[in-house]
Design a protein around this ligand. Structure first.
Ligand code: 6CS
Length: 339
């Protein structure tokens, strides 16, 4: 007879069941860090995730917004060390750690048409099936990947050709592929964390940057530059992860809770992301009527697309066969999503 059976016989089965139930319902406070504020896309996702967890369990979720735990790279170290249970970090930063994540940054592979974006992220094979194992290798359980809007370049001067970009210092996030992209596009890129960008624009350390319209409007980047240009080269993508050891240590019920909350938050953000993109642009037009908004024509995009081939080659060189397979699948997913 095992110790637990003897113990159960002594104190009675109902009491044992009650004790086990208490243990199972043990309430934890889970820490969740993100790169944005509560009103921004990452904040809307995180709030929905928190609501779902708290409505369906005794656990609580504490959200740490941008700036509260350092820069993106600092938060990632804390998540990998298990000090944070959840983290939202974008491939624009994760690419420095996981080269395959830079697939989301390769120019002219991501969808920009709002009708296509939802399908690409919701049903795409690459997004939903090919990254899980890769993030696991870095101690991360990938939960959701979602878009925040088309990438737009804001600069002091107008540009329509790679030659126009010559000499312009463009700030990028810290994934190496972004430096390669803007070098290929003709500019002089400088990688820096988010916390340095506004100061960098004010002191003229950089002349421009790229981000989606919702973010440009929310953080006043339009008032620090003169022109915004739609080049059609990318979609701002972000990803939510859990610390893998923490996730593996959860009960089956809590794993299901986390997966369900992630799914609900993903469905929600996929519905609002496209709307947010349009809202950001409309607000810029209203509050900053003199701001120049250019959209490159198909002909004007062609030389940038041509130069993007070298960026793709740099991606494959770093991310290897696995990266190449992801990129091919993304291209196929794009075609499927466009149908
Ligand atoms: O440019 C950046 O660094 C930031 N852009 C967005 C849209 N979200 C967070 C990130 O840090």
């Amino acid at each position: 007879m095992t110790v637990s059976t003897r113990f159960a016989l002594r104190i009675g089965a109902p009491l044992v069941a009650a004790l086990l139930a208490t243990t199972a319902a043990h309430a934890d406070n889970w820490r969740y860090a993100m790169e944005e504020g509560l009103e921004d896309p990452q904040g809307l996702y995180a709030t929905k995730f928190k609501e779902e967890i708290e409505a369906n369990s005794d656990h609580t979720v504490q959200i740490y917004a941008v700036g509260t735990l350092g820069e993106s790279a600092d938060a990632m170290e804390q998540a990998q060390a298990g000090l944070l249970q959840f983290i939202d970090q974008s491939p624009g930063f994760t690419g420095a750690l996981i080269p395959e994540a830079e697939a989301f940054l390769v120019p002219y592979v991501q969808p920009t048409d709002p009708k296509v974006v939802r399908k690409f992220f919701k049903e795409g094979v690459a997004v939903n099936e090919m990254f899980h194992e890769i993030y696991r290798e870095q101690g991360l359980e990938l939960l959701s990947v979602f878009p925040e809007g088309e990438m737009v370049v804001t600069t002091m001067e107008e540009f329509r050709t790679p030659a126009d970009l010559e000499g312009m210092k463009i700030r990028t996030m810290t994934s190496p592929l972004l430096l390669e992209t803007y070098t290929a596009f003709g500019a002089s890129p400088i990688a820096m964390p988010w916390g340095e960008l506004i100061g960098g624009l004010k002191t003229k350390m950089v002349d421009g940057q790229e981000n989606p319209a919702i973010w440009i409007e929310a953080y006043d980047l339009d008032n620090l530059t003169n022109v915004m240009t739609y080049t059609g080269h990318g979609q701002y993508t972000t990803a939510v992860m859990a610390n893998a050891d923490f996730y593996d240590g959860l009960s089956d019920a809590d794993k299901e809770l986390v997966q369900n909350a992630s799914q609900a938050a993903l469905d929600y953000i996929l519905d609002v992301a496209v709307e947010l993109d349009a809202t950001g642009l409309a607000k810029i037009k209203k509050t900053n009527p003199d701001y120049v908004i250019n959209r490159l024509t198909t002909e004007e995009r062609a030389p940038f697309q041509e130069r993007a081939k070298a960026v793709e080659a740099a991606f494959v060189e770093r991310a290897g066969e696995r990266g190449a397979a992801i990129l091919e699948q993304m291209k196929a997913d794009l075609v499927t999503a466009q149908q």
